[in-house]
Design a protein around this ligand. Structure first.
Ligand SMILES: [Ca+2]
Length: 345
């Protein structure tokens, strides 16, 4: 008997580390968006995930266009069971900056999908997030792949959701320069105040940034592979990828950054990325740096103490990490996963 009890910790450890038998429940908060559409279809075609809902946030396109796009995407996939809700209409504290330049006039590379057979949920996106977190405590993973407006509104309205969320994996930020300007990544740049609320909410934010997305690119080789079979979803993704790669080539890149799909893939298979715990602050002022994610790679700040007319360094003050920052991805393995999940659908 004594021997059995001495084994209990090991049995418990095995149960905790055994592969999950049931899919992970996720909510994707999205501003669709070419790479959003790819990310949503990757999630809907991955048995590791159960997509409970899409909440729509203004970003790449205005809120109404994003909601229409989200509804058309779930309809194309034959998945009207997935709740789709509109949310915020604008960023918390600034004017919206849309990105038709990168995503086409309707946000979906100008591709006109059939009218949606699915209907929008009547609830407001942040309220839907709050309700779902309470419905499935410790089970839901949030995957925000747009500006963080809806998530900030949800945690501000009901901070009790923070410890009840299983995980939050965002596409946003960067620790080595931006994609909007020298400092800021687009999702954070589009609502820095919301991002600051989310990073300071008290949970660990997994941050899949633009710097890693830009090293995880879809190329014409993958496009040929995708186009080798013809289904409604693979055909749509091939059209999106063609537009997106062409746009990126015109800007001097050899392929298109898989920003949002990499965030979804990080939830499907965390071994695809390398993460490091850091403390991240969001710059909300700054002459050149509004919207920058300022990551502390040392885990501490110098402690400067006033001595007469000057300060002296007296050691360092440790910082509590609030983010798991993505440093690298296994791009080849990710692209294989992406193409295989979309192909033939
Ligand atoms: Ca997005």
């Amino acid at each position: 008997m004594k021997r059995f009890f001495s084994l209990l910790p090991f049995v418990a450890l095995f149960l905790l580390t055994a592969p999950a038998q049931t899919p992970r429940r996720v909510i994707i908060d999205t501003d669709p968006g070419v790479d959003d559409a790819m990310a949503i279809l990757l999630a809907l075609n991955s048995p590791e995930l159960k997509v409970e809902a899409l909440s729509v946030v203004p970003g790449n396109v205005e809120a109404w266009q994003g909601l229409e796009n989200a509804l058309k995407i779930v309809s194309l996939a034959g998945r009207c069971d997935v709740l789709v809700a509109g949310g915020a209409q604008h960023p918390l504290n600034q004017k919206l900056i849309t990105a038709q330049y990168w995503h086409g006039k309707n946000g979906l590379a100008g591709v006109e999908l059939p009218a949606s057979k699915c209907k929008a949920d009547a609830r407001w996106g942040p309220d839907l997030i709050i309700e779902m977190v309470h419905k499935y405590p410790h089970e839901l993973t949030l995957i925000p792949v747009g500006p963080l407006t809806n998530i900030a509104l949800a945690v501000s309205k009901d901070p009790s959701i923070v410890p009840l969320v299983k995980d939050i994996v965002i596409m946003g930020g960067s620790i080595t320069g931006g994609n909007v300007n020298g400092a800021a990544e687009a999702n954070i740049h589009n609502d820095p105040e919301a991002a600051a609320i989310v990073f300071n909410a008290g949970w660990m934010v997994t941050m899949v940034g633009s710097d890693v997305g830009e090293r995880t690119i879809i190329t014409r080789k993958h496009l040929t592979d995708l186009g080798s079979q013809h289904g409604p979803e693979s055909g749509f993704v091939a059209q999106l990828a063609d537009f997106y790669i062409t746009r990126s080539e015109k800007s001097g890149y050899s392929g298109a950054a898989m920003y949002d799909p990499l965030a979804v893939a990080t939830v499907i298979d965390p071994t695809l990325v390398t993460l490091k715990d850091m403390h991240v602050d969001v710059e909300t002022k700054g002459e050149f740096t509004r919207g920058e994610t300022v990551a502390n790679r040392m885990g501490s700040n110098e402690n400067n103490v006033l001595h007469g007319d000057h300060y002296e360094i007296e050691g360092a003050i440790p910082l509590k990490p609030n983010a798991r920052v993505c440093l690298a991805s296994d791009a080849d393995r990710f692209l294989k996963l992406f193409v295989s999940r979309i192909k033939g659908k």
